[in-house]
Design a protein around this ligand. Sequence first.
Ligand code: UDP
Ligand code: MG
Length: 136
Amino acid sequence: MSNKEQTLSIIKPDAVERNLAEKIKIIFSENSLKIKETKKLHISKDEAAQFYKVHQAKPFYDQLCSYLSSGPIEVIILEGENAVLKNRELMGATDPKNAADGTIRKLYGVSIDKNSVHGSDSVENARKEIDFFFKN
Ligand code: UDP
Ligand code: MG
């Protein structure tokens, strides 16, 4: 049975800065995740704080928001079969040290905070996150 989903990917400042966006997008395309829309932007710390609101109680929240707003990012709507889980698998574990071989974070992540990509963790959050960036 088909289960076409959409999910949000963000190529974070560390990866944009190192010109890794095209390489990362090729990984998505080669793994049957279609790039439906993409947008380059540089968000404010307030916008980052809104986006990461689920993490507001975490000790790393302030740093996380500073980081996501520290430079240009690329936000991407991915679409495909089981896109949410597939993107999470392609990303690898949050800490690049623990990420499996071949995953984006293993290949390109620098540290637990500069881990190159964001990916929605559920279909419901994907909808919210896509709306956050693409609903005018
Ligand atoms: N993060 C961090 N320190 C931590 C845990 C997470 O800086 O100890 C950052 C990291 O950039 C991560 C983001 O916060 O990608 C969101 O954390 P989450 O647990 O949702 O990880 P993800 O879903 O991105 O794998
Ligand atoms: Mg998360």
